[in-house]
Design a protein around this ligand. Structure first.
Ligand code: IMP
Ligand code: MG
Length: 172
């Protein structure tokens, strides 16, 4: 039921080279607190962080929203950060911005913790009206509304380790 490859391993790795340069020039002379949103962002985040010259600290948080191929709309924080973000330059890593509810929830949560800055790096953003207001400073690719798997993205915990991104077509 894997319909077609949307982004090849090469497409992704080439784009990550470019994003690495963009992030390094944005944070010149600073230190990044990289925050991964578990679990989908891990592949994208580690591949991208390995390219940076900027010093980084790493932390994670985990939320839950999806069951199967649709968002429940109800975002729960399952695991909070282990570090204090006050005064830090936080770079949030997300696999895909879909409805944008997850990032909106995390941005709201972080606002009260007085970070010096919060920016977002996302591998994918779906081209949808409802996520237009989510500022993604470092974006890999804009995609359509389809459900995708691979390179961190799962369907009920499967397919995360594919090195490419593919469209899931349940009708095939
Ligand atoms: P949002 O809160 O609707 O923006 O959804 C964000 C989260 O939903 C992502 O971090 C993914 O875990 C999951 N998600 C959204 N779209 C997809 C998809 O096409 N494939 C796999 N997971 C997805
Ligand atoms: Mg998921």
């Amino acid at each position: 039921m894997i319909d077609r490859t949307l982004l090849s391993e090469q497409d992704i790795q080439t784009r990550l080279d470019q994003l690495g340069h963009e992030i390094d020039s944005c944070y010149a002379g600073r230190e990044i607190l990289a925050v991964g949103i578990l679990k989908g962002s891990v592949f994208f985040m580690t591949d991208l962080l390995k390219r940076l010259k900027t010093p980084v600290a790493v932390d994670f948080l985990q939320v839950r929203s999806y069951t199967g191929t649709s968002s429940s709309g109800n975002i729960q924080l399952i695991r909070d950060l282990s570090m204090d973000i006050a005064g830090r330059d936080v770079l949030l890593f997300e696999d895909v911005v879909d409805t944008g509810l997850t990032l909106r929830k995390i941005l709201d949560l972080f606002a009260s913790r007085q970070p010096r800055s919060v920016k977002i790096a996302a591998l994918l953003k779906k081209d949808l009206l409802e996520n237009r207001d989510i500022p993604v400073e470092f974006l890999g690719f804009t995609i359509g509304p389809e459900f995708v798997i691979g390179y961190g993205l799962d369907l009920d915990e499967k397919y995360r380790n594919l090195p490419y991104v593919a469209v899931w077509d349940p009708s095939r």
